[in-house]
Design a protein. Structure first.
Length: 195
């Protein structure tokens, strides 16, 4: 029995650090796993939708329309930097009460539309790991692979973040952690223009 190389590629692409991994790890540390579940499911659904759409030619449209692709990149950078700023400003421990909250399901789904890493992995998977199926069957295949694998990736990183709370026992430790995560997220905005 052999494993479809699509699954190995998708897993490697989604497991490596990027905006979703950084945000979910920080949310797991800040809010815990249960409050982050809408964010987790939103990412899994949104990534699946994005991957499925590449099989229908949306990715080709973005490649053929540089102005549209450029507009999406600018939106992505603005959104990522805004999220990094929010994370940077939330340098208090999870015990502190405030207006911070995890992403909602809808926010997480919508973020996938401008998440450059997801588009890059989905376009590469669609172009390099197609199975020669009809566009609708290929869309289902990609959406299922991306959503299914990403659900486990999201759960892993969220749990990893929640386990960090055992190490982050002082306000200073929380400030350092959220600053590092915010800077990593802001740095990922640069990658938008390299994809």
């Amino acid at each position: 029995m052999s494993i479809d190389p699509l699954y190995l590629f998708v897993f490697a692409g989604l497991f490596s650090p990027g905006p979703n991994v950084i945000l979910l790890t920080a949310s797991g540390a800040r809010f815990g796993v249960r409050p982050t579940l809408p964010h987790i499911t939103g990412v899994a659904v949104g990534v699946g939708i994005t991957a499925g759409l590449t099989a229908f030619g949306i990715g080709a449209l973005l490649l053929a329309q540089p102005a549209l692709a450029w507009t999406l990149k600018l939106i992505a950078v603005a959104w990522i930097l805004w999220m990094a700023w929010r994370l940077f400003r939330s340098t208090t421990s999870p015990q502190a009460k405030g207006a911070d909250r995890p992403f909602t399901f809808i926010e997480a789904v919508l973020f996938q539309w401008v998440n450059p890493k997801v588009w890059a992995v989905a376009l590469a998977a669609s172009a390099g790991y197609g199975a020669g199926l009809s566009p609708s069957a290929e869309a289902v295949r990609l959406a299922t692979a991306f959503s299914g694998l990403n659900l486990f990736v999201c759960l892993f990183w969220t749990y990893a973040g929640s386990w960090l709370t055992y190490l982050l026992t002082t306000p200073r430790a929380w400030q350092i952690f959220t600053t590092i995560m915010a800077l990593a997220l802001a740095a990922s905005a640069v990658m938008v223009f390299l994809s």
